[in-house]
Design a protein around this ligand. Structure first.
Ligand SMILES: CC/C=C\C/C=C\C/C=C\CCC/C=C/C(=O)SCCNC(=O)CCNC(=O)[C@H](O)C(C)(C)COP(=O)(O)OP(=O)(O)OC[C@H]1O[C@@H](n2cnc3c(N)ncnc32)[C@H](O)[C@@H]1OP(=O)(O)O
Length: 297
């Protein structure tokens, strides 16, 4: 781990998780109703000539992965997957400075077990569809991408990140007092290896772009204004490979990881619900939400 990454972790952790007395009422209220607009959270541009679609995530303020967002995302993905003319997908963000802030914390805070289960099923669905996609998938990461945002990028075949030192990417779940599930961990380990994953997950490391490139979490850095043209150029190279050979190879590499979740889906949902609804975990999430709010004051 670089010194810079270590310093960021220490700063993020300090005072993160305050302790409440038994039975003490939490002092702040959080709105449970953000992002409930009916405007599309995803905009898809498909070019039938090139066979490439670009998915723009446009859910203000930070493209957090709410149940609505995930549902729309999966429907969009399924439509493209079924269109035989669509061979490649680039995923990017229309929101300034953020690719995706990861799972919507408000979906995990103060929700019923049933609702948590429904939400988690949608998170699984997004991962299964994207990690198992027959299309060539490229993440054009034009902003910060913590936790579930990083997972989304990791499920793609190739990652290009904007070379902007303010942006960070990583599976930082432990900083929130929560645990990245086995399939988040597997996806990261398949990309950067066991040892790097072990350190990154325990410490909740968020890497800046050059650190992310160094550990292999992203494949390429480009100036932010060139991110879509770089993704298109890379896509052209990948499109030159015959689809069937590439798809079988991709499936061979990813199938064991996908099978592990597919055969444990219900248990994984139950694990998540039991874990996230624990009092102590709800308190950790609350503390984290407070920190996000305080950033502004
Ligand atoms: C025994 C157990 C075994 C196994 C475990 C079993 C199950 C597993 C259990 C749990 C697994 C859960 C896995 C979780 C994955 C996740 O993805 S959790 C989410 C993690 N995300 C983050 O930590 C990101 C937090 N956000 C940021 O760092 C920053 O917002 C940003 C860098 C993305 C952007 O910074 P800014 O541009 O400066 O924007 P602001 O910070 O001002 O934010 C604007 C606005 O958005 C709200 N917000 C930010 N992130 C989220 C989010 N993820 N969800 C909901 N809301 C978010 C933020 O509060 C601000 O709100 P307002 O103040 O404007 O109302």
């Amino acid at each position: 781990m670089s010194l810079r990454a270590a310093t960021r972790v220490t700063r993020s952790l300090s005072g993160l998780l305050p302790r409440w007395g038994h039975g003490q009422a939490p002092p702040l209220l959080f709105s449970q109703q953000r992002n409930n607009s009916t405007s599309p959270k995803i905009r898809v541009e498909f070019n039938p000539t090139s066979g490439v679609a670009v998915m723009h995530m446009q859910s203000p303020p930070v493209n957090s992965l709410s149940l609505d967002f995930l549902t729309e995302f999966c429907i969009g993905l399924e439509k493209l997957e079924m269109d035989k003319g669509c061979r490649g997908l680039i995923i990017t963000s229309s929101q300034p400075k953020v690719f995706s802030a990861g799972l919507d914390i408000l979906e995990m805070y103060g929700k019923s077990p049933e609702r948590c289960g429904e939400f988690w099923k949608a998170v699984q669905e997004m991962w299964l569809k994207l990690y198992g996609s027959d299309m060539i998938t490229i993440a054009a990461i034009n902003g910060s991408s913590p936790a579930g945002g990083c997972l989304m990028a990791l499920t793609c075949d190739y990652r290009i990140m904007a070379d902007q030192p303010r942006y960070t990417i990583g599976l930082n779940e432990t900083l929130l007092g929560i645990v990245a599930p086995f399939w988040f961990k597997d996806t990261m380990a398949n990309t950067v290896g066991h040892r790097t994953t072990e350190m990154a997950l325990q410490l909740g490391l968020l890497y800046d772009p050059s650190e992310a490139l160094n550990v292999g979490l992203v494949d390429q850095l480009v100036p932010e204004d060139q991110i879509l043209s770089a993704a298109t150029q890379t896509m052209t190279k990948w499109l030159a490979i015959p689809d069937h050979a590439r798809q079988i190879t991709k499936s061979m590499m990813r199938k064991p990881t996908i099978d592990r979740l597919t055969s444990n889906r219900e248990a994984d949902i139950q694990n998540f619900v039991n874990f996230i609804t624990k009092d102590s975990i709800q308190k950790s999430l609350r503390a984290y939400l407070e920190i996000l709010k305080k950033k502004k004051t």
